[in-house]
Design a protein around this ligand. Structure first.
Ligand SMILES: [Zn+2]
Length: 709
């Protein structure tokens, strides 16, 4: 995943000093670490000095200054010029950006109750702040006057595209509406922000409330003793001493389903997961979803679109709901056929063991692991001793970046961190000049959200004189003191994936903050990170890092071959559960305001059936009432984007292979034509200039094991 600040698209993190863009003086006390740019290298955040109580005043002052800057730009008596309007906007909001970058990064990576409360308070305020800018009529009149004569302004290509982007951003935010409609829109945005917060809070509370409670240790057979002890401890904190509680995680699938041997317990766990948010009670999300869907459809209609998906997709590389529907439906038939084939193999194992039941959703991962062990004759745990975290990073992830791009890394201990396990590196370019600062936060913590993501603490921009400070976050369980951190294959792949996002941020070589690094369309942003995964199993890279943590012995070739041979295993399941969720996202957001159903679960079932992805043993990866990506996160009508960008990824992996593989000349070309360009031009044009043609779908079908019809 990739995290960008969705609240203030025009703001940017910046640093001061003589070479940097100036900013208005704030009235914050000098003791507030956000008052001025951090004195640490390149504006690196003063994690050791920032206190909880510093945020609220910095946000308030940041919004006040930003509003004053916007007024000054909008009311400038001089005629609009690119410099006094667009460039001035790019330079505005530095304090607000500085505080929000750190706040929203840490609210994901290192939160606490003060953060959570402040987040609830801030989201409608930031939404109103953003509306006040985007719906400012005088400001938009200046932008439009420039946009209308864009061909006569003699702008360079990046500046011209920036002007175009500003016009589009403002129009999409409602700048062309009548005053009365603007007021309606502001009210809708405020209501949407509140509903999205309610949805997110219900999901969190419901996950806690849905924990599976069992009475005896025996019922948890299959789980490790350590995990069972942990379940007992969780039950105790809930006043259920002597019982066991298994928390429910965000996806429909639950990790414990792979190990629990008692089918009735698996069934109860799966049922608890699937019912989240739709079985009545305090945290039911049915009403919230129906209101959100209706309000989004109404907002789209106000802005002139038939439905919310049409509004949202117009600004993505996919452009239309028809294009997204076409891709999803092309994948559905072969993916479901593939999943059914996998299901039949699983049924054989069940029958061989005289199970006496039909495969159901709760059985899939338990039995598919058995099929894997039988077919490929290895168990995931055999790999772990070869994937030690530090080795994977320095001899794998960084080694590949050295071979492909010429980068070198030097760890430093002088910069403050917000948790003692967080590590910091200086990153040097091939010519020896420092390129970036890289922060690695790899371990899971109770105050860190799930999943993995990248973010920029400081984004590169020539206009602002800033250099990239980029962080990666994973959720690897921390071992006991003195024990090594051994990764699963998935965690290993995630480390390479997130570093792909990091490279996109570090190689950024743009003028304007609006275009820096990963500020590209959402259905394009996963592409560079997915490409970087290819190096995780590249023979030369593997040989360099996959060494036994005790003996230093290389991973045996036959084990390696088994890993590679099993890559397409379970892809039918993986693609089908993803497609089912993507379809739900599209179905909800392709409704007009008058088409919103009253029966949420009925609509969901009918939608899956109509899309041909209603194969019961493979439920959607997320059901509607706990689908946070689309009802509280930034992926509304956008969940298809992962598969959409994987098409470019698979085509690019082929390009590397066709051109000799892991060579500097290939890396340099990919960097020059793609990674360094951020959002400075149309994403598909950029791809064509890199590849010499459009991407084709075949490499992705091949990878996902979907070529056999
Ligand atoms: Zn990602």
């Amino acid at each position: 995943m990739n995290q960008t600040n969705i609240f203030i698209a025009t703001a940017v993190a910046a640093v001061c000093g003589s070479a940097y863009a100036a900013e208005p003086a704030s009235m914050l006390p000098a003791s507030n670490p956000f008052a001025t740019v951090s004195p640490l290298q390149w504006g690196y955040p003063q994690f050791d000095k920032i206190k909880n109580e510093d945020y609220a005043p910095a946000f308030a002052e940041g919004m006040r200054i930003n509003a004053a800057e916007i007024e000054a730009i909008a009311n400038n008596p001089k005629p609009a010029t690119f410099d006094n309007t667009i460039v001035a906007l790019e330079k505005s909001g530095q304090l607000l950006s500085r505080v929000s970058t750190v706040f929203f990064s840490l609210s994901g990576a290192n939160t606490n109750d003060t953060f959570k409360a402040l987040e609830r308070e801030l989201s409608p305020k930031l939404s109103a702040h953003s509306d006040a800018i985007r719906l400012n009529a005088k400001l938009y009149a200046r932008i439009k006057s420039l946009y209308d004569k864009r061909d006569k302004l003699h702008l360079d290509a990046e500046s011209k595209y920036l002007l175009q982007r500003y016009n589009t951003d403002f129009v999409r935010a409602g700048a062309r509406l009548s005053d009365a409609d603007k007021e309606k829109l502001k009210a809708m945005n405020g209501e949407l922000a509140k509903l999205q917060t309610s949805f997110a809070q219900n999901v969190l509370e419901e996950a806690n409330a849905s924990a599976l409670i069992v009475d005896t240790r025996e019922e948890l057979a299959g789980m490790s003793d350590k995990a069972i002890d942990a379940a007992a401890a969780v039950a105790k904190t809930r006043g259920l001493e002597g019982k066991f509680a298994i928390p429910v995680v965000n996806t429909t699938g639950q990790a414990n389903l792979a190990v629990l041997t008692n089918r009735a317990v698996r069934e109860r766990l799966m049922a608890a997961s699937l019912a989240r948010g739709s079985h009545g009670g305090k945290f039911d999300n049915t009403d919230v979803v129906l209101k959100l869907a209706r309000l989004r459809a109404e907002k789209a209609a106000l802005l002139g679109y038939p439905n919310f998906a049409a509004y949202s997709l117009e600004d993505q590389t996919a452009q239309t709901p028809e294009a997204v529907n076409k891709m999803l439906s092309e994948f559905a038939r072969p993916a479901v056929a593939n999943a059914k084939k996998e299901g039949a193999e699983i049924q054989q194992v069940i029958d061989k063991e005289n199970g006496g039941f039909q495969l159901a959703a709760q059985d899939w991962s338990f039995y598919s692991d058995k099929v894997r062990a039988e077919r490929f004759n290895f168990d995931q745990n055999q790999l772990k001793p070869y994937f030690e975290l530090n080795n994977v990073l320095t001899n794998g992830v960084f080694f590949a970046a050295n071979k492909v791009y010429g980068l070198t890394f030097k760890e430093r201990k002088d910069l403050p961190v917000y948790d003692p396990d967080v590590r910091v590196w200086d990153v040097f370019d091939a010519d020896g000049k420092q390129l970036a600062i890289f922060i690695g936060d790899y371990y899971a913590r109770s105050n860190k959200r799930g999943g993995a993501w990248m973010n920029a603490y400081v984004s590169q921009s020539k206009l602002m004189g800033t250099h990239p400070i980029i962080a990666n976050h994973l959720n690897i369980p921390k071992p006991n003191a003195g024990e090594p951190t051994l990764l699963t294959y998935d965690e290993l792949r995630t480390a390479f994936h997130e570093f792909g996002h990091a490279l996109h941020g570090m190689f950024s070589n743009v003028n304007y903050p609006r275009f820096s690094g990963t500020r590209v369309p959402r259905d394009f942003v996963e592409f560079p990170s997915q490409v970087n995964e290819m190096w995780s199993v590249w023979p030369e890279v593997l040989a360099n890092y996959a060494k036994h943590y005790q003996t230093g012995a290389a991973m045996p070739q036959e084990l390696l071959d088994k890993v590679i041979a099993s890559k397409k295993f379970n892809e039918g399941f993986r693609t089908t559960e993803y497609l089912a969720a993507s379809m739900l996202d599209q179905k909800w957001h392709q409704l007009g305001a008058s088409q919103i159903p009253t029966d949420l679960l009925g609509f969901e079932a009918a939608s899956l059936k109509a899309a041909g992805v209603d194969y019961a043993p493979v439920p959607p990866r997320y059901r509607t009432t706990y689908f946070s990506h689309v009802f509280s996160g930034g992926y509304s009508a956008g969940y298809y984007g992962y598969l959409w960008s994987e098409k470019l990824d698979a085509d690019t992996v082929n390009w590397f292979n066709e051109h000799g593989g892991m060579l500097r000349k290939n890396g340099d070309w990919f960097r020059k034509m793609l990674l360094s360009r951020g959002g400075t031009m149309d994403a598909m044009d950029m791809y064509r200039k890199f590849r010499g043609r459009d991407a084709t779908i075949e490499p992705l079908l091949e990878r996902r094991g979907l070529t056999e019809k």
